[in-house]
Design a protein around this ligand. Structure first.
Ligand code: C5P
Length: 303
């Protein structure tokens, strides 16, 4: 039977480690990125529409401000890319129900693109292999492949060459969200500027973090969190340093800017510690809003 509609649920991510090498001649940086997918989700519903209507998109939900509802949206680009590679005419409406913060360093746009790959593959019965899906994903953006796989993974190259990481247990997070996002290219440029006089080594995976994940030791994971983009994000948004301090004062096991920010992620011992920290952050007055999540969770999947 022909398929007319599908909904794909896709998670957000935090980076447990983001080690950034020197700027390469293509403008990108070699990375070691340890990703964890966490339980904040966008739901992307794709419905076939009348022939000739093309690709349309609407955005609904809590976090819609700043998300383009036009052809510049990465979800639309994902559909266009697959249509051109498979020589397909695609007439669809995409509805993105957004819960992942926009421009927050949690890969919300990349997540929606990953969801689209799964949705189009299903609706048009393309029977893509996982490798084909990952190839489409990598050509759409550095974080898109991880949003397909989810779990815990190490990204190398531009962050798109994935190997899964051995991780035990469930990790609890409190996220301090900002109402205004940060531009990823701007944060990378600021990072280059801050490091202009320094000799920057090639990125290396943290053995300490890998060991902590392997043994499921949340305290050790908290102590091993690191992000080379953090100083740049804090320079562009000085209030983030204050947010990091407040979280640490209230007993977080670790505190880190997620990706290029401005979301700050706090690792906590359990659900109860998360509730306490969420209350403390809210009443401190230094954060816009607070969310709680756990990870790892799986990547884009049909629901
Ligand atoms: O790949 P993506 O489009 O998500 O990257 C967004 C921006 O982040 C790039 O334009 C670049 O400025 C920066 N970036 C980088 N090095 C990477 C990944 C991203 O400089 N490995």
């Amino acid at each position: 039977m022909a398929k007319d509609s599908v909904t794909v649920r896709v998670p957000a991510k935090v980076n447990l480690q983001l080690s950034v090498g020197p700027r390469e001649s293509d403008g990108y940086h070699n990375l070691v990125s340890v990703f964890q997918a966490i339980s904040i989700f966008d739901d992307v519903t794709v419905t076939k529409s009348a022939p000739g209507s093309g690709i349309t998109i609407s955005i609904i939900g809590d976090h819609t401000h700043g998300v383009p509802a036009d052809q510049t949206n990465l979800a639309v680009k994902a559909a266009q890319l697959i249509a051109s590679e498979y020589d397909l005419v695609i007439d669809i409406h995409i509805e993105v129900k957004k819960s992942i913060p926009v421009a927050g360093g949690m890969a919300g746009g990349s997540a929606d693109a990953a969801a689209m790959i799964v949705a189009i593959d299903y609706l048009y019965e393309l029977a893509m292999t996982r490798e084909e899906q990952l190839e489409f994903a990598a050509s759409l953006g550095s974080d898109v492949p991880f949003m397909l796989t989810g779990g815990t993974a190490i990204g190398q190259g531009h962050g798109d060459q994935l190997t899964s990481a051995l991780s035990r247990g469930t990790y609890h997070w409190v996220l301090a969200l900002s109402s205004v996002g940060l531009s990823t290219p701007a944060v990378y440029s600021e990072c280059d500027r801050l490091r202009a006089e320094l000799d920057i080594a090639e990125p290396r995976i943290s053995d300490q973090l890998m060991q902590a994940l392997l043994s499921g030791d949340a305290k050790a994971v908290g102590a091993s969190l690191s992000n080379d983009l953090q100083s740049a994000a804090c320079t562009l948004r000085p209030a983030l340093s204050l947010v990091l301090d407040v979280g640490q004062e209230y007993g977080a096991l670790g505190a880190i800017v997620s990706g290029s920010g401005p979301t700050v992620a706090f690792l906590v011992a359990d659900v109860e510690a998360g509730l306490d920290l969420a209350v403390a952050l809210t009443s401190s007055g230094v954060v816009g809003s607070v969310a709680r999540a756990f990870g790892p969770v799986q990547g884009a999947k049909i629901i």
